[in-house]
Every structure is written in structure tokens, then in C-alpha cells.
Design a binder for this molecule. Structure first.
Ligand SMILES: Cc1ncc(COP(=O)(O)O)c(C=O)c1O
Length: 294
């Protein structure tokens, strides 16, 4: 009960920036369309996979320690744990020393097993927290429709043992690389994600996430999600998904590239900084980047 009382008084801490490198480029007004054929000494190509892994490891250790010291329950949303690229394997909270003691990890069947919309997930971790979750859940709804639960159990027990996971990763990676190559061909710096089914595409200078998304829909008939739909740190980006057929993604990305070419004018003012919602955070931040993928 004291824990529930504490939860009632929490305020979210929103992470500052999704992609520090692109943010810096935007601030410098340097995000012009460039000919990638010409080497740019200011833009070495770091190995984002390794970099992110290192950051994620430090980040998790720090978060676990931070929660342990304050008796805070850590709820780790690891929905994309199996959708990873280039041989990278996402880490689980339970792999870290102390992880099991401070928290819970949530996984989703939506992405891993292509069961989106079936509302099936699972939680693993701290025994007491799982028991509390079961009590809460039993009062919130009566549970997922039983056949869907059986389907999920079958997916875990059989489908996952075969070639399915690798095949899934291969398909998403192919789509990711194809889309990235198209953005690269116009010199648009889109970060290569180490996991997830999304790309975060910076918007042209002078536009907000929402205006870019709206105009893409109205003028180029492409649907993307404005980054701000996921919190204020998403300002300056739109999110596009790799969960449709390859040729649809290609067509959509080509239209987005055409829009960027039409709307991006080098030297135009960069968009304002994202609104600061954390002016007085209840707790000090523990890191600068979330673990995991995009
Ligand atoms: C990070 C993250 N967590 C959780 C979810 C929700 O997953 P589910 O479909 O199981 O409700 C999503 C869905 O897109 C997600 O992106």
C-alpha cells in the first residue's frame, strides 16, 4: 500500500533528446542535403550499434542502482526485445545484477509474434510485484480471451524454437536498410536503429513534427506519426514503421524524400527547441538516453 500511495504522486521524467547527434546538427543549421559521395570530415560514421550497446549497458546499471537506493519499482517496457539487427541482441532487465530485485520487465506478443491487436503480453521479475500485478489485473478485466492465451503459449513453446525469429529479423533488417539507403541517397541523416520496427526521420528545418506529418499526408499521401505523439522529446522527428510490405515502404520513403527535397531549404531557420516539460523534475535524471532501440 505505501508503494501504491507513492505511485499516485509520481510525475513522469521525459528524456531530453532522442538523438543527440542529429539534434546538434540541427542546432548548427548543418542538416543540409549533401552529396554523400563527398567525404564530410565533420560526419564520421560511428558504429551506432556498438555505441548504443555500450550506452545501454551503462544506462541500465545506473537506473537499477538509482531505483534500488530509492525503493522505486522499475517497470521496464521491453516490447521490442526480439526485433534487433546486425547480430545485436537486446538485453533484459533480469540479466543485470539487481535487476530482478528492483523491477518488472514487460514483453509484448504484438511485435515478436505478429500478434498486434490481440493484446497479449507478459511480465517477469520481482515476485511480490508480480503478485500485486495479478491482483490489480484481475480487477481491471477478466483476462485475455482464452484461445488467444493458448495461441501465445504455442508461439512461445513452438514457433520461437524454429527459424521464425531469424526470418522476422531478416525481413525487418532488409526493410530498414532499404529505407536508410533511400534517405542516404539525398543526404538525409536518419539514424540506423539497432532494433525496433521504426525509423525516426528528422524533419526539415523550419517545420515541426506535426506540420511535416500533416503536409506529408495532405500533399504526398503518406502517413507517418509526428514524433510529439510519443512525448515532447519527439519534436523534430516523425516516426515511420517498417511493418508493411517492402514495396509500400519503398514507395512511401521515396515520397518522403521528394517532400524533403521540395521543402528543405538550406539556411532556413531551425525549429525551436522542444518544450521543456522537466523544468522541475521530481527526481534528478539518471541518464541521457533510454536503453534499447529507437
Ligand atoms: C514501446 C512499446 N511498448 C508497448 C507497446 C504496446 O504493445 P501491445 O501491442 O502489446 O499493447 C508498444 C506498441 O506499439 C510499444 O511501441
Amino acid at each position: 500500500m505505501p508503494r501504491a500511495r507513492k505511485l499516485a504522486n509520481l510525475s513522469p521524467y521525459i528524456f531530453a533528446q532522442l538523438d543527440e547527434r542529429v539534434y546538434q546538427l540541427r542546432q548548427r543549421g548543418a542538416m543540409d542535403i549533401v552529396d554523400l559521395g563527398k567525404a564530410d570530415p565533420d560526419r564520421p560514421s560511428p558504429d551506432p550499434v556498438v555505441k548504443r550497446l555500450q550506452e545501454a549497458d551503462d544506462f541500465m546499471t545506473e537506473v537499477i542502482e538509482w531505483c534500488r537506493k530509492r525503493d522505486i519499482l522499475l517497470c521496464y517496457d521491453n516490447a521490442y526485445s526480439e526485433i534487433t539487427y546486425d547480430g545485436h541482441r537486446a538485453t533484459s532487465l533480469l540479466q543485470y545484477p539487481g535487476g530482478r530485485e528492483v523491477g518488472l520487465e514487460f514483453i509484448s506478443f504484438s511485435k515478436t509474434y505478429n500478434m498486434a491487436g490481440w493484446r497479449l503480453g507478459a511480465a517477469v521479475g520481482h515476485r511480490d510485484a508480480i503478485e500485486s500485478l495479478l491482483v490489480v489485473q484481475s480487477h481491471v478485466d477478466s483476462g485475455v480471451f482464452a484461445p488467444i492465451q493458448f495461441a501465445g503459449a504455442t508461439a512461445v513453446e513452438t514457433v520461437w524454437q524454429g527459424s521464425f525469429p531469424d526470418e522476422q529479423r531478416r525481413i525487418y533488417q532488409r526493410r530498414r536498410d532499404d529505407a536508410l539507403a533511400r534517405f542516404a541517397s539525398i543526404g538525409w541523416p536518419v539514424e540506423k536503429p539497432a532494433g525496433t520496427v521504426y525509423l525516426w526521420v528528422p524533419v526539415p528545418a523550419g517545420m515541426t513534427s506535426e506540420t511535416f506529418a500533416r503536409r506529408l499526408l495532405d500533399e504526398y499521401h503518406v502517413v507517418v506519426a509526428p514524433g510529439t505523439a510519443f512525448g515532447p522529446s519527439g519534436e523534430g522527428y516523425v516516426r515511420l514503421s517498417l511493418t508493411t510490405a517492402d514495396d509500400h515502404i519503398r514507395k512511401g520513403v521515396d515520397r518522403i524524400c521528394a517532400a524533403i527535397r521540395a521543402w528543405h531549404s538550406p539556411g532556413s531557420p531551425v525549429p525551436p527547441e522542444p518544450p521543456q516539460t522537466n523544468a522541475a523534475p521530481r527526481h534528478e535524471p539518471v541518464g541521457t538516453k533510454p536503453a534499447g532501440g529507437a
